[in-house]
Design a protein around this ligand. Structure first.
Ligand code: ZN
Length: 152
């Protein structure tokens, strides 16, 4: 679920300097995003992006959980729980699980010209870029360039 959440967050990449929208009917079909409208899916995506960027309080996500329940059932070896939740609720629950299991590891890329997010699975927890080959090297090259200019 966390991979799907990251894919949802990363549906507004910057391509050649322009923020691009990838979340459409086809994306929703490809990702089994339920039968909500594209507009509703984009609103959920926008709210999740703002929460992960720290721009709004997570309480904006509360309405997506409405109607989600967990039902217990007795099995041979104890109790099993069944989650009853629609796609938006599952995305918010995936965010909640990451907050609990990997606090602070879901974050925006440190390149502020990039609109992507990363899930930092490194042991040190110091990952800053959506991708080292893209943003990481670009930002390092830029820092190096401005340092060289200052010193020159
Ligand atoms: Zn990036």
């Amino acid at each position: 679920m966390s991979d799907l959440l990251l894919e949802l967050l990363n549906t507004t990449p910057v391509v050649e300097g322009v923020q691009t929208e990838l979340l459409d009917g086809r994306w929703m079909r490809d990702h089994a995003a339920g039968n909500q409208t594209v507009a509703d899916a984009r609103r959920l995506r926008d709210d999740l992006q703002r929460v992960v960027r720290g721009e709004v309080a997570p309480t904006v996500l509360a309405s997506y959980l409405r109607g989600a329940t967990r039902t217990p059932a007795v099995a041979d070896d104890g109790i099993t729980w069944t989650l009853n939740a629609d796609w938006p609720a599952r995305m918010v629950l995936a965010w909640g699980e990451l907050q609990a299991d990997m606090p602070g590891r879901l974050r925006p890329c440190a390149n502020d010209e990039c609109r992507l997010f990363l899930l930092d699975r490194s042991r040190s927890g110091t990952g800053r870029w959506c991708s080292m080959s893209e943003c990481g090297n670009r930002m390092k090259a830029r820092r190096h360039y401005s340092r060289a200019r200052r010193n020159g």
